[in-house]
Design a binder for this molecule. Structure first.
Ligand code: FES
Length: 115
C-alpha cells in the first residue's frame, strides 16, 4: 500500500475521531486570529478553515505533505495560543511548543506563530 493511501486511512481511523470530539467543544461565534510574530500580521480564520489555508490565503506558505497530521512536515512553533491539536504524531510535551497547522485549529482567541 502506498504512503498516501495509508495516510488517508490512518487519518480517518485515528485522527478523524479525535477531530470530531474536539469540534464538539468549539464555539462558532468567537473571532479567531492568527498573528505572525515577526511581522505582527493578523489573519482572521473561521472555525471551519484550517490554519494552513488561512496562512496561504495571506501569502504565507508552509510546506505540507500528508495534510492529515501524520507526517510532521508542517510542524510549526507557536508562542501562545489555545489550540485543538489534531495530529497523531506530536507528544504532549511537543504540543506545548509546536502544532501541525494542516490539521489543528484555534480553540479560542489569538494564536501567535513563531514565523
Ligand atoms: S502536512 Fe503532514 S502533519 Fe501537516
Amino acid at each position: 500500500m502506498d504512503q498516501k493511501r495509508w495516510a488517508a486511512i490512518a487519518a480517518h481511523s485515528l485522527c478523524g475521531v479525535r477531530q470530531k470530539v474536539n469540534n464538539i467543544s468549539s464555539s462558532d461565534s468567537e473571532e479567531l486570529v492568527i498573528e505572525v510574530q515577526s511581522t505582527g500580521q493578523k489573519i482572521s480564520v473561521t472555525r471551519s478553515e484550517s490554519i494552513i489555508d488561512a496562512l496561504a490565503r495571506s501569502g504565507i506558505d508552509i510546506p505540507t505533505s500528508c495534510q492529515s497530521g501524520l507526517c510532521g512536515t508542517c510542524k510549526t512553533r507557536y508562542i501562545n495560543g489555545d489550540i485543538e491539536h489534531g495530529d497523531c504524531i506530536l507528544s504532549d510535551d511537543e504540543h506545548q511548543e509546536y502544532l501541525t497547522p494542516c490539521i489543528s485549529h484555534i480553540r479560542s482567541g489569538t494564536l501567535v506563530l513563531d514565523l
